[in-house]
Design a protein around this ligand. Structure first.
Ligand code: FAD
Length: 472
């Protein structure tokens, strides 16, 4: 068996780790990664210390089924990175990259002991074609490789350029690594950030950490900020979980949004909480003033009510599975609440929420909604929104790439897989394998929801792929 893993980020690490833990035939594994961020991928490369992982240790383990794997690696270092409000350590993403690199190296050593030969190739794969019984891979440097199995781990897209500003002086198209992009931002400049999600929060917090003095404005259509993490209660939902959803599916052959809401009602009723109250709270997300909402959510970090925690957890555990079972009409219903859903599913960490609040209260930071145009004009940018016009010297793009977007670096590769009949494009974006020896892990997986796969989702998919590879 000759496995080609295309992309060397956290999905590849999860796959190597899971392969090392399963038994079966051995052979060769080749990991293709063109960037200098081997094992770290786009998010976890070297960057400023203010760029933090966004989740507590129990849900940052890249080893599926072992919630303590990452916490054990972190060990005593955890004490240096405590988020006091969350009551859990949150480390810089670059340090999390060290965890991924360490895990990959251990997995490669274990695979070597089992008889596998593992190597990495610093190349971008541009094509996968049929080559008799095997699969042929071509890379950008014209090198050719062969494999029996291919796992695509190419990650997600980069921020789309919604206002056509690429190449304009003062515009940053992709904010990461912030250690490089913020270097060029004068401390007194007016900065406008396009987007108000987690990437925008990273930019604001990092500007503040570098001592930025100028005005900062978050520009977005909705003005919705991510919710704020609540202290984890380590509770496992007894009703709104994957087992109950699978039971319903087995019994009735279908699962609807109303079924999921009934499970949530049961969960809340058991804890003595009111479903309607939670629904009103969530549905007001897009209407309420974002600053007031942020203040209320900071005050609710310790709130013992389980409602929001259950919805957040379900979005990542039940969500990816249930999404595929829902009728299209229910998926469309959920899409209408996309901003609220993303905001609840991927909240910001309390330490960042507090930093944002301080900047908002001091007047240095503002959130502008209803943005409809950004145009370069006389060395600045003119921005038009709900309230009229404003200008900024610097514009930083922090727009979320659309779900299941194909990264620019994988466009040729994806085209070749489709042309060769090895994969089919999903109508809603992403790719579905059309050959038993082709696998997809992570953002590019077709048929997924609009929530970016987080580490536990990637680890689970990697473990399933390892089992499929070993039994192929
Ligand atoms: C900025 C950011 C922060 C995040 N923070 C968190 C967090 O705190 N917690 C959490 O749970 N989740 C987080 N996520 C979500 C998730 O953890 C990451 O998206 C995760 O890194 C995805 O891993 P991946 O391996 O699928 O993709 P990536 O990490 O993007 O790795 C893909 C790799 O594929 C390579 N590649 C692309 N095209 C080719 C090609 N043609 N040939 C060869 N190689 C190729 C790329 O160079 C890249 O290194 C974050 C996501 C982003 C974007």
């Amino acid at each position: 068996m000759d496995i080609a893993i295309v992309g060397g980020g956290s999905a590849a690490v999860g796959l190597l780790d899971a392969l090392a833990a399963t038994e079966g035939d051995t052979g060769t594994i080749t990991v293709f990664e063109p960037s200098s961020r081997l094992w770290r991928g786009r998010p976890y490369g070297p960057d400023l210390d203010s760029v933090l992982v966004n989740s507590p240790p129990a849900i940052m383990s890249i080893r599926h089924g072992d919630f303590g794997h990452y916490a054990a690696w972190l060990g005593e270092r955890a004490a240096d990175h405590m988020d006091e409000l969350l009551g859990r350590p949150l480390i810089p993403r670059a340090l999390y990259g060290d965890y991924l690199a360490h895990t990959a190296e251990k997995a490669i050593a274990a695979l070597g002991e089992q008889g596998w030969r593992v190597r990495t190739v610093a190349a971008r794969v541009t094509e996968v074609v049929r080559s008799g019984e095997r699969l042929g891979l071509r890379a950008h440097d014209a090198s050719e490789h062969e494999a029996t199995h291919v796992a695509l781990c190419v990650g997600g897209g980069t921020p789309p350029d919604l206002y056509g500003l690429a190449g304009k002086p003062g515009f940053t198209a992709d904010p990461y690594p912030l250690a490089d992009t913020l270097e060029h931002v004068p401390a007194g400049a007016d900065v406008a950030i396009i987007g108000s999600g987690l990437t925008a929060v990273d930019v604001v917090v990092s500007l503040a950490a570098r001592g930025h003095q100028g005005r900062i404005t978050l520009l977005s259509r909705s003005g919705v900020l991510p919710h704020v993490w609540q202290r984890p209660d380590d509770r496992r939902p007894r009703h709104l979980n994957a087992e109950r959803v699978a039971e319903l599916h087995r019994a009735r052959g279908t699962v609807t949004l109303d079924d999921l809401m009934a499970l949530l009602r049961e969960e809340l009723a058991e804890a003595g909480e009111d479903f309607e109250e939670l629904a009103v709270e969530l549905l007001s997300t897009e209407a309420e003033d974002p600053v007031q909402r942020l203040g209320r959510q900071i005050a609710a970090i310790d709130d013992p009510r389980i409602g929001r925690r259950v919805v957040q957890q379900a979005a990542h555990t039940v969500g990816p599975f249930a999404w595929r079972l829902l009728p299209e009409a229910d998926r469309a219903r959920l899409r209408r609440h996309l901003r609220t859903a993303v905001s609840v599913a991927s909240p910001m960490v309390p330490v960042n929420a507090s930093a944002l609040m301080r900047l908002l209260e001091s007047g240095q930071l503002a959130v502008a909604a209803g943005i409809h145009a950004i145009e370069p004009e006389s060395g600045r940018f003119r921005v038009r929104d709900h309230d009229g016009e404003r200008t900024a010297k610097i514009v930083i793009n922090a727009v979320n790439p659309s779900p299941q977007a194909t990264p620019r670096t994988a466009r040729h590769l994806v085209r070749s897989l489709v042309t060769e009949g090895l994969a089919t494009p999903h109508p809603a974006g992403g790719l579905l394998p059309a050959h038993p020896r082709v696998h997809v892990i992570g953002d590019l997986t077709g048929g997924g929801s609009f929530i970016t796969p987080s580490i536990p989702g990637i680890a689970a998919q990697a473990a399933r792929t390892a089992r499929a590879l070993r039994t192929a």
